[in-house]
Design a protein around this ligand. Structure first.
Ligand code: 5RP
Length: 235
Protein backbone atom coordinates (compact mmCIF):
# COMPACT_ATOMS: atom_id res chain seq x y z
CA UNK A 1 0.00 0.00 0.00
CA UNK A 2 1.47 3.39 -1.04
CA UNK A 3 1.93 5.94 1.74
CA UNK A 4 0.47 9.44 1.57
CA UNK A 5 3.76 11.00 0.44
CA UNK A 6 4.06 8.50 -2.44
CA UNK A 7 0.48 9.25 -3.57
CA UNK A 8 1.18 13.00 -3.47
CA UNK A 9 4.33 12.44 -5.52
CA UNK A 10 2.33 10.42 -8.09
CA UNK A 11 -0.27 13.18 -8.38
CA UNK A 12 2.43 15.87 -8.64
CA UNK A 13 4.28 13.97 -11.37
CA UNK A 14 1.07 13.36 -13.34
CA UNK A 15 0.31 17.10 -13.24
CA UNK A 16 3.86 18.07 -14.22
CA UNK A 17 3.55 15.78 -17.26
CA UNK A 18 0.59 17.96 -18.41
CA UNK A 19 2.64 21.16 -18.49
CA UNK A 20 3.47 22.39 -21.98
CA UNK A 21 6.28 24.54 -23.33
CA UNK A 22 5.71 28.27 -22.78
CA UNK A 23 2.82 27.85 -20.32
CA UNK A 24 1.95 30.56 -17.83
CA UNK A 25 1.39 28.55 -14.68
CA UNK A 26 -0.32 29.19 -11.36
CA UNK A 27 1.44 27.18 -8.67
CA UNK A 28 -0.50 26.15 -5.56
CA UNK A 29 0.37 25.65 -1.92
CA UNK A 30 0.65 22.63 0.36
CA UNK A 31 2.47 19.30 0.36
CA UNK A 32 0.84 17.98 -2.85
CA UNK A 33 1.51 21.24 -4.69
CA UNK A 34 5.11 20.98 -3.47
CA UNK A 35 5.37 17.49 -4.98
CA UNK A 36 4.24 19.13 -8.25
CA UNK A 37 6.94 21.81 -7.92
CA UNK A 38 9.62 19.13 -7.48
CA UNK A 39 8.42 17.27 -10.58
CA UNK A 40 8.12 20.52 -12.55
CA UNK A 41 11.64 21.55 -11.51
CA UNK A 42 12.95 18.35 -13.00
CA UNK A 43 11.32 19.20 -16.33
CA UNK A 44 12.69 22.75 -16.13
CA UNK A 45 16.18 21.33 -15.58
CA UNK A 46 15.57 19.29 -18.74
CA UNK A 47 14.95 22.48 -20.74
CA UNK A 48 11.18 23.15 -20.41
CA UNK A 49 10.41 26.89 -20.53
CA UNK A 50 7.54 28.03 -18.29
CA UNK A 51 6.73 31.01 -16.11
CA UNK A 52 5.03 30.51 -12.73
CA UNK A 53 2.95 32.67 -10.44
CA UNK A 54 2.94 31.29 -6.90
CA UNK A 55 0.09 31.33 -4.39
CA UNK A 56 2.15 31.76 -1.20
CA UNK A 57 5.49 32.90 0.15
CA UNK A 58 6.17 29.24 1.02
CA UNK A 59 5.74 28.05 -2.58
CA UNK A 60 7.69 31.07 -3.85
CA UNK A 61 10.65 30.09 -1.65
CA UNK A 62 10.53 26.48 -2.93
CA UNK A 63 10.42 27.63 -6.57
CA UNK A 64 13.39 29.91 -5.95
CA UNK A 65 15.32 27.06 -4.32
CA UNK A 66 14.55 24.66 -7.20
CA UNK A 67 15.07 27.34 -9.89
CA UNK A 68 11.54 27.29 -11.26
CA UNK A 69 11.11 30.77 -12.81
CA UNK A 70 8.35 32.90 -11.27
CA UNK A 71 6.92 36.35 -11.62
CA UNK A 72 4.04 38.28 -10.07
CA UNK A 73 0.36 38.08 -10.99
CA UNK A 74 0.65 41.80 -11.79
CA UNK A 75 3.23 41.01 -14.48
CA UNK A 76 1.27 37.98 -15.73
CA UNK A 77 -2.43 38.55 -14.97
CA UNK A 78 -3.75 35.81 -17.28
CA UNK A 79 -2.55 32.24 -16.74
CA UNK A 80 -3.01 29.10 -18.85
CA UNK A 81 -3.12 26.55 -16.07
CA UNK A 82 -3.02 26.46 -12.27
CA UNK A 83 -2.06 23.27 -10.42
CA UNK A 84 -3.06 23.11 -6.77
CA UNK A 85 -4.00 20.67 -4.00
CA UNK A 86 -7.23 20.59 -1.99
CA UNK A 87 -8.52 19.50 1.40
CA UNK A 88 -11.76 18.02 0.04
CA UNK A 89 -13.21 17.38 -3.43
CA UNK A 90 -16.78 16.30 -4.22
CA UNK A 91 -18.13 14.68 -7.38
CA UNK A 92 -19.02 18.08 -8.88
CA UNK A 93 -15.38 19.13 -8.36
CA UNK A 94 -16.38 21.58 -5.66
CA UNK A 95 -13.52 22.00 -3.21
CA UNK A 96 -12.60 22.97 0.30
CA UNK A 97 -9.18 24.62 0.32
CA UNK A 98 -7.15 26.67 2.75
CA UNK A 99 -5.78 24.04 5.11
CA UNK A 100 -2.39 25.62 4.44
CA UNK A 101 -3.79 29.14 4.91
CA UNK A 102 -3.26 30.28 1.32
CA UNK A 103 -6.88 30.28 0.15
CA UNK A 104 -7.13 33.96 -0.82
CA UNK A 105 -4.14 33.97 -3.17
CA UNK A 106 -5.06 30.47 -4.37
CA UNK A 107 -8.53 31.63 -5.35
CA UNK A 108 -7.28 34.81 -7.06
CA UNK A 109 -4.71 32.82 -9.05
CA UNK A 110 -7.21 30.05 -9.93
CA UNK A 111 -9.74 32.63 -11.13
CA UNK A 112 -7.06 34.22 -13.34
CA UNK A 113 -6.36 30.86 -15.01
CA UNK A 114 -8.00 29.22 -18.00
CA UNK A 115 -7.92 25.89 -16.14
CA UNK A 116 -7.50 24.72 -12.54
CA UNK A 117 -6.05 21.23 -12.27
CA UNK A 118 -6.47 19.85 -8.75
CA UNK A 119 -4.10 17.19 -7.45
CA UNK A 120 -5.11 15.05 -4.48
CA UNK A 121 -4.76 11.60 -3.00
CA UNK A 122 -7.95 9.56 -2.69
CA UNK A 123 -8.43 10.45 0.99
CA UNK A 124 -9.62 13.90 -0.15
CA UNK A 125 -12.58 12.64 -2.21
CA UNK A 126 -15.87 13.04 -0.30
CA UNK A 127 -19.60 12.61 -0.90
CA UNK A 128 -20.50 15.85 0.88
CA UNK A 129 -18.10 18.70 1.68
CA UNK A 130 -17.62 19.75 5.29
CA UNK A 131 -15.85 17.09 7.36
CA UNK A 132 -12.72 19.21 6.90
CA UNK A 133 -13.20 22.49 8.80
CA UNK A 134 -13.91 25.30 6.33
CA UNK A 135 -11.21 28.01 6.44
CA UNK A 136 -12.62 31.55 6.34
CA UNK A 137 -10.14 34.41 5.91
CA UNK A 138 -11.23 37.51 7.83
CA UNK A 139 -9.96 41.01 8.45
CA UNK A 140 -8.47 41.50 11.92
CA UNK A 141 -10.57 44.62 12.49
CA UNK A 142 -13.80 43.74 14.28
CA UNK A 143 -13.03 40.05 14.34
CA UNK A 144 -15.50 39.25 17.13
CA UNK A 145 -18.31 41.02 15.29
CA UNK A 146 -17.33 39.16 12.12
CA UNK A 147 -17.27 35.84 13.98
CA UNK A 148 -20.77 36.47 15.38
CA UNK A 149 -22.08 37.51 11.97
CA UNK A 150 -20.65 34.34 10.38
CA UNK A 151 -22.39 32.23 13.02
CA UNK A 152 -25.65 34.03 12.36
CA UNK A 153 -25.61 33.71 8.57
CA UNK A 154 -24.53 30.07 8.80
CA UNK A 155 -27.34 29.30 11.27
CA UNK A 156 -29.72 31.03 8.83
CA UNK A 157 -29.05 28.23 6.33
CA UNK A 158 -29.07 25.49 8.97
CA UNK A 159 -25.31 25.17 9.59
CA UNK A 160 -23.88 25.05 13.09
CA UNK A 161 -20.61 23.98 14.67
CA UNK A 162 -17.44 25.23 16.30
CA UNK A 163 -15.76 28.17 14.64
CA UNK A 164 -12.26 28.69 15.96
CA UNK A 165 -9.47 31.15 15.35
CA UNK A 166 -6.51 29.40 13.71
CA UNK A 167 -3.34 29.67 15.76
CA UNK A 168 0.34 29.39 15.09
CA UNK A 169 1.63 28.35 18.50
CA UNK A 170 0.63 31.02 21.00
CA UNK A 171 -0.23 33.63 18.36
CA UNK A 172 -3.02 33.89 15.80
CA UNK A 173 -2.07 32.50 12.38
CA UNK A 174 -1.52 35.41 9.98
CA UNK A 175 -1.95 34.84 6.24
CA UNK A 176 0.49 36.10 3.60
CA UNK A 177 -1.97 38.97 3.03
CA UNK A 178 -2.03 39.90 6.74
CA UNK A 179 -5.44 38.48 7.66
CA UNK A 180 -6.74 35.94 10.21
CA UNK A 181 -8.37 32.57 9.58
CA UNK A 182 -11.43 31.08 11.26
CA UNK A 183 -11.89 27.31 10.84
CA UNK A 184 -15.58 26.40 10.79
CA UNK A 185 -16.55 22.80 11.62
CA UNK A 186 -20.00 22.55 10.07
CA UNK A 187 -19.70 18.79 9.56
CA UNK A 188 -21.73 18.66 6.35
CA UNK A 189 -22.26 21.44 3.81
CA UNK A 190 -25.03 20.12 1.54
CA UNK A 191 -25.40 23.45 -0.30
CA UNK A 192 -21.97 25.05 -0.64
CA UNK A 193 -23.28 27.75 -3.02
CA UNK A 194 -25.73 28.99 -0.36
CA UNK A 195 -22.97 29.07 2.26
CA UNK A 196 -20.66 30.91 -0.13
CA UNK A 197 -23.28 33.61 -0.72
CA UNK A 198 -24.01 33.86 3.02
CA UNK A 199 -20.33 34.24 3.94
CA UNK A 200 -19.77 36.87 1.25
CA UNK A 201 -22.60 38.90 2.78
CA UNK A 202 -20.51 39.46 5.94
CA UNK A 203 -18.35 42.58 5.51
CA UNK A 204 -15.33 41.32 7.51
CA UNK A 205 -15.03 38.13 5.47
CA UNK A 206 -12.20 38.53 2.97
CA UNK A 207 -12.63 35.12 1.31
CA UNK A 208 -13.56 31.54 2.15
CA UNK A 209 -12.18 28.16 1.18
CA UNK A 210 -15.14 26.94 -0.89
CA UNK A 211 -13.89 26.78 -4.48
CA UNK A 212 -17.03 26.43 -6.57
CA UNK A 213 -17.03 26.19 -10.36
CA UNK A 214 -13.28 26.75 -10.48
CA UNK A 215 -11.76 23.27 -10.85
CA UNK A 216 -11.70 21.94 -14.40
CA UNK A 217 -10.20 18.56 -13.63
CA UNK A 218 -8.97 16.51 -10.66
CA UNK A 219 -6.04 14.11 -10.67
CA UNK A 220 -6.75 11.53 -7.97
CA UNK A 221 -3.86 9.30 -6.86
CA UNK A 222 -4.65 5.98 -5.23
CA UNK A 223 -3.03 2.59 -4.66
CA UNK A 224 -4.42 1.45 -7.99
CA UNK A 225 -2.90 4.39 -9.88
CA UNK A 226 -4.05 7.73 -11.27
CA UNK A 227 -7.70 8.51 -12.02
CA UNK A 228 -9.00 11.77 -13.44
CA UNK A 229 -12.32 13.39 -12.64
CA UNK A 230 -13.87 15.91 -15.01
CA UNK A 231 -16.38 18.57 -14.04
CA UNK A 232 -19.88 17.47 -15.09
CA UNK A 233 -21.29 19.57 -17.95
CA UNK A 234 -23.39 22.53 -16.72
CA UNK A 235 -27.15 22.43 -17.06
C1 5RP B 1 -3.43 25.45 1.09
C2 5RP B 1 -4.35 24.47 0.46
C3 5RP B 1 -3.80 23.12 0.15
O1 5RP B 1 -3.90 22.90 -1.22
C4 5RP B 1 -4.59 22.10 0.90
O2 5RP B 1 -4.53 22.40 2.28
C5 5RP B 1 -4.05 20.68 0.67
O3 5RP B 1 -2.78 20.56 1.24
P1 5RP B 1 -1.96 19.21 1.17
O4 5RP B 1 -1.61 18.98 -0.26
O5 5RP B 1 -0.73 19.48 2.03
O6 5RP B 1 -2.82 18.12 1.75
O7 5RP B 1 -5.49 24.73 0.17
O8 5RP B 1 -4.10 26.63 1.43
Amino acid sequence: MADAAALKRMAGEAAAARVEEGMRLGIGTGSTAEAFVHALAERVRGGLKVMGVTTSERTEALCRELKVPTTSLEALPHLDLTVDGADEVDSQLRLIKGGGGALLREKIVAAASDRLLVIVDESKKVEVLGAFPLPIEINGFGMVATYLAIREVAAGIGLEGDIILRRNGESPFITDSGHLILDASFGRIPEPEALSRALHSVPGVVEHGLFLGLASEVILASDTGIKTLQRPAAG
